[in-house]
Structure formats: structure tokens, C-alpha cells
Design a protein around this ligand. Sequence first.
Ligand code: NAD
Ligand code: WQD
Length: 336
Amino acid sequence: MKKILITGGAGYIGSHTAVELWKAGMEPIILDDLSNSDPTVLDRLEEITGKRFAFYQGDCNKKSLLKSIAEKYKIEGLIHFAAFKAVGESTQQPLKYYRNNVGSLLVLLKFMEEKGIKDLVFSSSCTVYGQPEVLPVTESTPRQEAESPYGNTKKICEDILVDCVKSKMGIRVISLRYFNPVGAHPSAKIGELPLGTPNNLVPFITQVAAGIREKLTVFGDDYDTVDGSCVRDYIHVVDLAEAHVKALAYLNKQENNFYDVFNVGTGNGNSVLEVIHAFEKVSGVKLDYQVGPRRPGDVVKTWADTTKINNVLGWKAKYSLEDSMRDSWNWQKSLD
Ligand code: NAD
Ligand code: WQD
């Protein structure tokens, strides 16, 4: 069975990807320092798949740890999820973000070179596009100056990958630019575990519905959008996880020194109010929300053109917004 090392594999997207890799006949080897995740996820993954995945608790910036994993397992591919992702915090502590997000990629690339590991899937983000002038966003939409150090780490990492491929070090790489990941595993055994007050919309919604937070504030309803609130492309995390499986399969068929980038979204934009109403519909819970001021720096509207990933990787989102809200809600309820 092909062994795939997943850094950040105990996290939100990584844990769902571990399940999809296993379903596709690959064995995930998880490396995570648990800085933003919980060790019980390993038990949950076992409940879902029936398999206890190999797990290393540690920092993927540590080359000695990577080497010891490679001594035990023949690693045939790598998915690099591990990163810090709090946009606001990154503006206060930029070095923390550059060190972890950019530094870890450098260490991993050196490790790949030394061990002859060819295939890498990298977690990038729609944040690299900022507010695009033309919608939907294609992969050739120009990237913009980053709004935050976090966003900049994604741009820098993409550039590092391009340069390494150009240098003919032999690797094959896909950067996946995720739009807004939401939802949870339909089993409600794994999902997003935000530490403290959630920064993102959907965990905030589910926590308000569960009575953990008092009220949701909609950040502005006077934008030039369908109903005045901001628009995003919300992609179910299981669909997103599957895109990594497709990406690895595609990389495997490429020549050495390959790089490409794909948007991962549904292709549809939904407003904040539409998300709230979809949640209310599937949960039967009336959300206490108010409209507040705009959030500084917010992108007004963005959604993906998914033609490239649909045609080249043969991947298409299957879950609807309502499916995502149902699964997020079931996950939230399971935490009580
Ligand atoms: P997450 O925080 O749930 O998962 C990241 C995991 O990496 C965590 O389990 C954390 O403990 C671990 N980690 C962090 N630094 C580490 C290190 N040095 N060594 C080992 N483990 C480390 O986040 P997520 O939402 O699953 O995001 C995964 C990736 O996708 C990140 O690179 C993130 O930037 C990117 N991304 C996320 C979103 C989103 O909205 N969730 C959107 C676009 C891109
Ligand atoms: C979604 C919408 C808010 C909370 C973030 C990161 C970005 C990328 C994706 C990683 C916006 C509105 C939110 C609330 C609200 N991540 N909102 N009330 O802004 O697309 O981006 O996640 O790469 O880098 O910045 O996601 O979930 O924060 O917000 O009205 O309490 O919900 O204004 O329109 P966003 P989000």
C-alpha cells in the first residue's frame, strides 16, 4: 500500500484527507505537533476507517523527525497541510507565520530531495487572489499583494515550489488553492475544532446555534452583492479531501519537474445571509444574528471557476451548501 506522509494530518482538512486516502487504497502516515488539533482525532479516524494510522507527534520543521519516519516507512508522496492559519494573529506575529509556514516547506523540500520523494500536494488558498476584478476566479487570475502575512506565506510558498521545479530537482507538485472549507465528516466523528472564539463564519454559526456564543454579527449588508452581504465559495471538506486524492493520482502520471495549480471550490458563490438561511433550514434552529459594520480588509465577493480541476483532475464538488450546514451542525452537536 502506497504510504503518504501528511503533515498537519490531525487538523481539520488533513484528518478528512486521511480518510479519503485510505478509501482510495493509500496509507496515511500522520505527522502533527497538535498545536491546533487534538490527539483523539486518531481514535476517531480508527472508528471511521477501522485502521489505526501511524502517528508522529512533532514539528515538521524537524529534519531528524522526518528522517526517522522515512527510515521506518517508504514514503511515496507528501501532503503538506501543517501551517498556522489565523489571519489576524499573523499581522501581530508575522515571524511566527513565516517561520512555520515558509520554514517548514523549505525543510520538507530538502527532505524530499534527499530521500528521492517526488510527489507533493501543497495547501494553498484563494487568499492569494485577494479581491479579483473578474469573477469567477480562474487559475490565471492574477495574484494580488497579500492582505496579511498569512496570505503572503501562501504566495511565497507557491513561488518557492515553482522555483524548485524550474531548477529540475525532480519533484512533481500541485498547489491546491482552497476556497472556503466548511462541513464535517458525515459520520460526525471528525470536524473543525477551533480554539477559542472562531474566526470563520460557519464554526461561529454552529456555536451560536449551540448556545456557546450569544449572537452572530453579519459583517456588513451594504456591499454590491446579491443581498448586500459578502459572497464566498463554500466547499465541503470531504469534497476538498477527495481533491487531494485526485491530485496525487494525477501527479503520479506526470514527468519529473512538474508543477500545476488548481482552484478547489464548488463554482458557486453564496452570501453570508444565504449561509445563515441554509443553516436555519437544515438545523431547524433560528439563529440570533444582527447586522454589524463591515470587517476591515474583507474580500467582498469571490468564487472559483472550477473548469480546470473538473477537466484535468476529473474532480467535481458533490456536496451542496445545505449538506455542508447539516454536517457542520451534526458535528457541533456531537461535541456537547
Ligand atoms: P488546522 O489548523 O486544522 O490543521 C493544521 C494542522 O497542522 C494542525 O493539526 C496543527 O496542529 C498542525 N501543525 C501546525 N504547524 C505544525 C508543525 N510545524 N508541525 C506539525 N504540525 C503542525 O488547519 P486546516 O484548516 O486543516 O488547514 C490546513 C491547511 O490548509 C493549512 O495550510 C491552511 O493554511 C490551508 N488552508 C486552510 C483554509 C481554511 O479555511 N481552513 C483555507 C485555505 C487554506
Ligand atoms: C466568511 C464570510 C465574513 C464571521 C478566511 C481567511 C482566508 C482563507 C479563508 C485560509 C465573510 C463573514 C464571518 C462572522 C461574518 N483561509 N463573517 N460574521 O473571510 O473568506 O477568509 O478563510 O487560507 O485567508 O481570511 O472566511 O469564514 O472569516 O468569513 O459575517 O462572525 O463571513 O465577513 O464575508 P474569509 P471567514
